[in-house]
Design a protein around this ligand. Sequence first.
Ligand code: ADP
Ligand code: MG
Length: 377
Amino acid sequence: MDHRGRTGGCRTTRRPPRPARAPTVLLLALLALAAGTACRRDAGTPARAPKLEAGFLAMGGIPIHVRAWDADPVAFAAAVDGFRVELERQESILSVHRAGSTLSRLNGAGGAAVPVAPDTLALLELAAECAAETGGAFDPTVGPLLAAWKEAARSGVEPTAERIAAARASVGMQRVHADDDGRSGGTVRLEPPTTLDLGGIAKGWFADLGLARLRAAGLRRGLVELGGDLSAYDDRPQPEPFRVGVRDPSRTDGFLGTLAIDGGSVVTSGDYERGYDVGGRHFNHIIDPRSGRPASGLRAVTLQAPTGARADALATAVMVLGERDGWAFLARTPDAGAVLVVGDPAAPDGLRIRVTPDLRERFEPDAARRASLDPSP
Ligand code: ADP
Ligand code: MG
């Protein structure tokens, strides 16, 4: 992306059909008497502190869980409410499924500059950085390729080489031009027929926005989980780790093991949750912008990084890069670590688990998955 001043833009493409607006808040500020009350493995339960919990659905049905410990329930409820309203605002900006959203207007602007809010510009900047850093494996302009594969899923016929080549011609962040006015936002312009879809980074970024609200409310230990993407912090003098369940791509409600983190974000990208069926074959919803085809190297990546936005984008990128290039990328990226799940017919249950050195001490495999751990350095 070329940009003057600071840059920016984004949106999420979660479950497309939007149900009639369900009551968003399912359960607000439920005061749980802590010790061991975590009903989910990713709850990160410390031994003593009382825990506050809230859950709601946002953005067409993504389950959001917010937790805080040692916290004032009133401050917590206000922070959660602010976060819920913030997510509604973000959806109205970033959704590529909503006609009036900033991103939809940008995608339909035919090359005209569209005004964008400062935070949207900042998100686009982050996305552009991740795109550059991953050599374009993460690329928020893959929309036309995604569209070709969605069309294929409908017709049952794979896109032709010509169709893929035509879609690829509009992919690349150099076709996105942002102009920051330094104060109230700026404008973004796309070279037609390029489109932007920030679904590969937005969910993690939203988790960061939630954490920022907990921190601003004075809460000292907090956690936000958004459709499986998790961000957490513990600012107390004696912080305790969070235990995060690493999902098992072969059992959607199962876990491969547990990752203990002190804070930051853990995001999983996998081939199991979403994707396209074409002619009886299942294809990943993550597209390799270089080949124009669905990513096929890895079953899943669970990636840890300091922020949700970065973890989300890099998890998508490592899915695209595959085992060898993804491993090399992680080796030269000191602030990211990952648990890679490799489809390997020679491994037990056809799954091999490869953990980057920085996370080895922190990853505890489930007993049933111990034999799948790749012992190589
Ligand atoms: P999930 O959390 O659902 O696994 P990801 O964070 O892996 O989602 O992102 C998948 C979404 O990102 C896709 O639905 C699509 O909108 C977008 N996307 C697909 N391929 C890429 C890519 N190579 N780079 C950036 N975004 C992508
Ligand atoms: Mg992602």
